[in-house]
Design a binder for this molecule. Structure first.
Ligand SMILES: NC(=O)c1ccc[n+]([C@@H]2O[C@H](COP(=O)([O-])OP(=O)(O)OC[C@H]3O[C@@H](n4cnc5c(N)ncnc54)[C@H](OP(=O)(O)O)[C@@H]3O)[C@@H](O)[C@H]2O)c1
Length: 282
């Protein structure tokens, strides 16, 4: 008997399933005995993950190519999952990320010359900004709309969104990502209230700093081992003085996923951050 027995054979959907953090969350759900649909854009990555899990004894996964920004993809995925596994109990909205094009070169404006302006806010590539905002916010909202509707109709469900430290106190340089994740927090609370009487909970996890492919270019120099000044600042501002390990998210995920453990918890954003959000810097 484990603390998460209620997750056994529950049908879960994880978007961005093949990502560094999300593949670990998938593993946690598999370890709890859940059936897990793996959604993402690149089918081969999902198949590879499914094969790897199978080799470790986890047979109940279903790789499905679906773009979280395309409603039809999500609806097709929903039908496929319903046929293969049954009604979805849990949705984890993990797909998200950033792109170097949506990151300003300067942290703060230092002057009003053309070069200064181009290196900061005024040089923002609007297409990249929109891409990052849509991926992180609309890419959370749309799956909630598609899978959430069936949860409401079936009388139970659970949604976990993935936020970021940048949602509350925005990090310099990443305006689009910060605005999108702030929207994710706000929407998490809004939807939690909206669904509160319908036996569908909505929460979020806010990971601190994890060294992954998404942010490697911000944390490490080109040699891949020396910390950038930004990477150093983060470590200095993290009381535990380390980057998180993906497996550090497993406990938070299973706690929120399990109705036995958290049935009265809805509308929260749970930081897993080594103390980053608690620390004022002095
Ligand atoms: N890494 C960190 O330190 C950190 C910190 C805080 C929050 N987060 C958040 O945690 C979540 C997971 O991050 P991660 O580090 O695991 O990211 P990751 O390794 O970059 O993986 C992101 C995943 O999302 C998928 N994806 C991207 N666009 C998609 C779309 N339109 N439709 C469907 N899937 C799409 C990607 O699939 P393809 O490769 O096939 O495109 C990839 O599998 C993200 O929301 C991220 O913002 C990360």
């Amino acid at each position: 008997m484990t603390m998460y027995d209620d997750l056994k054979d529950k049908v879960c959907v994880v978007t961005g399933a093949a990502g560094v953090l999300c593949s670990t969350m998938v593993e946690a759900l598999c370890e709890a005995g859940a059936k897990v649909a793996l959604l993402g854009r690149t089918e081969q990555k999902l198949i590879d993950l499914s094969e790897k899990l199978k080799a470790n004894g986890f047979e109940k996964t279903l790789p499905i190519r679906a773009d979280v920004l395309i409603r039809e993809d999500l609806e097709n995925a929903q039908e496929h999952i319903q046929d293969a596994f049954g009604s979805v109990y849990l949705l984890v909205n993990g797909a998200g990320g950033n792109t170097p094009k949506a990151v300003t070169q300067s942290e703060v404006l230092e002057g009003s010359g053309d070069e200064d302006l181009a290196r900061g806010f005024f040089g923002t590539d609007m297409e990249a900004f929109r891409f990052v905002f849509d991926l992180n916010f609309m890419g959370t909202l749309l799956p909630c709309m598609v899978f959430g509707k069936r949860m409401i109709q079936s009388g139970s469900g659970n949604i976990i969104n993935i936020s970021s430290m940048s949602a509350t106190n925005p990090l310099t340089k990443v305006a689009a990502y910060s605005a999108a994740k702030a929207s994710v927090d706000n929407f998490t609370r809004w939807l939690a209230v909206h669904f509160a009487k319908m036996n569908v909970r909505v929460n979020a996890i806010a990971p601190g700093f994890f060294s992954t492919s998404q942010n490697k270019f911000l944390l490490y120099e080109a040699d891949g081992t020396t910390l950038t000044p930004r990477g150093n600042k983060i470590i200095t501002h993290t009381p535990m003085e380390a980057f998180g390990r993906p497996e550090d998210l497993k406990g938070a995920l299973l706690f929120l996923a399990s109705n036995d453990q958290s049935h009265f918890v809805t509308g929260i954003v749970l930081p897993v951050d080594g103390g980053f959000s608690a620390y004022a810097g002095v």
